[in-house]
Design a protein around this ligand. Structure first.
Ligand code: MLT
Ligand code: ZN
Length: 505
């Protein structure tokens, strides 16, 4: 979706480098673990972002850390890029092999190696599906809070690479706060063990924290030690309807100011509710905005919190506050929320879902800005998301490819407005290729230079997941829609590759 955007072009490896890489991979891993056919490679070309799919030149089906080590050694020798991939459900292009090369698929490494009640930790491989981990730890009375809405399809390796979050991050925080330690492999085959198994520890630099959220550009995770907490004994879910988004924004600020800490505080604006109604879901016609609020704790405590939430919302102008009566109603409500991404995707030929964050008192201002941008550019926009964190998914939808320049204008106005509000470009999806050209809006040249040096330290030849995070075009060139304008060559930027050959597989 959204493939009509003017993405920059990326160089690919030479035909001889690809041949060499395939030979070395097949020799090291055996042909059963290496895919080189065009059809086979095509299945690893895209993710859930607007980045157009690009077929890799080979795919390694890793079933162990040893496989990954062999694969990166072969790639390094042939000087061919490597793109790690778990479930491929990312939303910023992180798993798309934009410069070709070798995809290392870790989805086959899906064992939950340990769940310890005594230590409250789990040890997992990168291909474990998040919903499977939730089920396994909850069966032990434990809880792993991060819950991106794609939890039934996303895998821990991708969650760690992108520092994924989800609705429960409001109370419990993001993936990084639950990763105690990592086993990871560098592009030259070096194996690193970072962090610890203990809940406390401050030895040396926090390399674990650096690797979490590094979008697969520094190392490939082969095992993660995760912190668990006790499963909250009781949960209550409330649906609060508001006449307009301003009133719901007031409620979010009032809840935060009142010190009420629901575990989820999700907002749906009027265009999103209209989209939900158009799919045949009955939503009170008076409602112009909705909050889904969930509290947890001891049953009596939940009652008190829910009552307080209801009072604060009514004071802020809610039309109604409804409480899910049983687990089945709760699940139906969340399923509808989880379906927002696919529902909105089905509404237009092209879609981009952003994940900007603003200070929570700026939510109404952001929604006003979105309405203005939509009116000025003619691009349909709707917003929903994790209002408790100020993290909102602004969706841009369009059918007509000729609207692309307006889409680019809308995106750049959105990002500039968010930064003007002292917000940030990404709350959970990562920068990837989708927002790389806008990095300089938020970060200073000095900071980006340090980040490039870190990248170069881990990956001197720029072979591991190249073209992600760092801009390929200057901000101005990207905003003018030039595909290659202002391309940079800086430490960490691959220089070994030749011009595009587009000879995938
Ligand atoms: C969500 O919150 O549903 C996901 O982050 C995906 C999205 O809608 O962009
Ligand atoms: Zn989200």
């Amino acid at each position: 979706m959204g493939e009509m955007r003017q993405h920059p072009t990326f160089p690919r490896p030479s035909a001889s480098a690809i041949d060499k890489a395939r030979r070395l991979l097949e020799r090291a891993l055996g042909p059963s673990k290496v895919i080189t056919s065009a059809d086979g490679c095509a299945a690893y070309a895209g993710d859930e972002s607007d980045q157009p799919p690009v077929s890799p030149d080979a795919v390694v089906l890793a079933s162990s850390a040893a496989d990954i080590e062999k694969a990166v050694r072969a790639a390094s020798e042939a000087e061919v890029p490597v793109v790690p991939r778990a479930a491929g459900s990312g939303k910023s292009g992180g798993a798309v092999p934009v410069g070709g090369g070798i995809v290392i698929a870790t989805i086959g490494m899906n064992s939950i190696k340990e769940i310890s009640r005594e230590e409250q930790i789990a040890v997992v491989e990168p291909g474990v599906i998040l919903a499977d981990l939730h089920a396994a730890v909850e069966a032990e009375g434990l809880f792993y809070p991060p819950d991106p809405n794609s939890l039934k399809m996303c895998a821990l390796g991708g969650n760690i690479a992108e520092n994924a979050a989800g609705p429960r991050a409001f109370k419990y925080g993001v993936t990084r706060e639950y990763v105690l330690g990592l086993d990871a492999i560098l592009i030259d085959g070096t194996r690193l063990r970072t962090g610890r198994r203990t809940v406390k520890g401050v030895t040396g630099y926090d390399v674990t924290a650096l690797l979490v959220g590094s979008e697969g550009t520094l190392a490939i995770t082969t095992e993660a030690t995760l912190r668990l907490i006790a499963k909250p004994p009781s949960v209550m879910t409330l649906l609060c309807l508001f006449p307009d988004v301003r009133a719901s924004g007031r409620a979010v600020s009032a809840l935060v100011a009142a010190g009420v800490v629901p575990r989820c505080l999700e907002l749906l604006d009027r265009p999103t509710l209209d989209a939900v109604r158009a799919r045949g879901v009955g939503v009170d016609e008076r409602a112009g905005a909705m909050l889904i609020i969930e509290v947890d704790g001891e049953p009596a405590d939940c009652e008190v919190q829910a009552e307080r939430v209801g009072e604060v919302c009514m004071d802020a102008g809610a039309l109604d506050v409804l409480v899910a009566q049983d687990e089945a109603q709760r699940e139906r409500l969340w399923e509808a929320r989880r379906q927002l991404s696919p529902t909105t995707r089905a509404m237009a030929r092209y879609k981009i879902s952003e994940d900007v964050v603003v200070p929570r008192d700026k939510i109404p201002a952001l929604l006003d800005e979105v309405a203005e941008i939509s009116a000025a550019t003619g691009v349909r926009m709707l917003t929903y998301g994790h209002a408790g964190d100020g993290n909102l998914h602004v969706n841009l939808l369009w059918n007509d490819p000729d609207l692309v320049p307006q889409v680019e204008t809308a995106l750049s106005r959105l990002f500039r407005a968010v930064i003007g509000m002292r917000g940030t470009l990404s709350g959970e999806h990562g920068i990837g290729t989708s927002k790389a050209d806008f990095l300089a809006l938020e970060q200073s040249p000095e900071l980006i230079a340090i980040e490039r040096k870190i990248k170069a330290l881990f990956d001197p030849k720029g072979l591991l997941n190249p073209h992600k995070i760092f801009p390929r075009r200057t901000l101005e060139a990207a905003e003018r829609g030039e595909r290659d304008g202002g391309a940079e060559r800086a430490p960490g930027f691959p220089t070994h590759v030749v011009a595009p050959s587009h000879g995938a597989c």
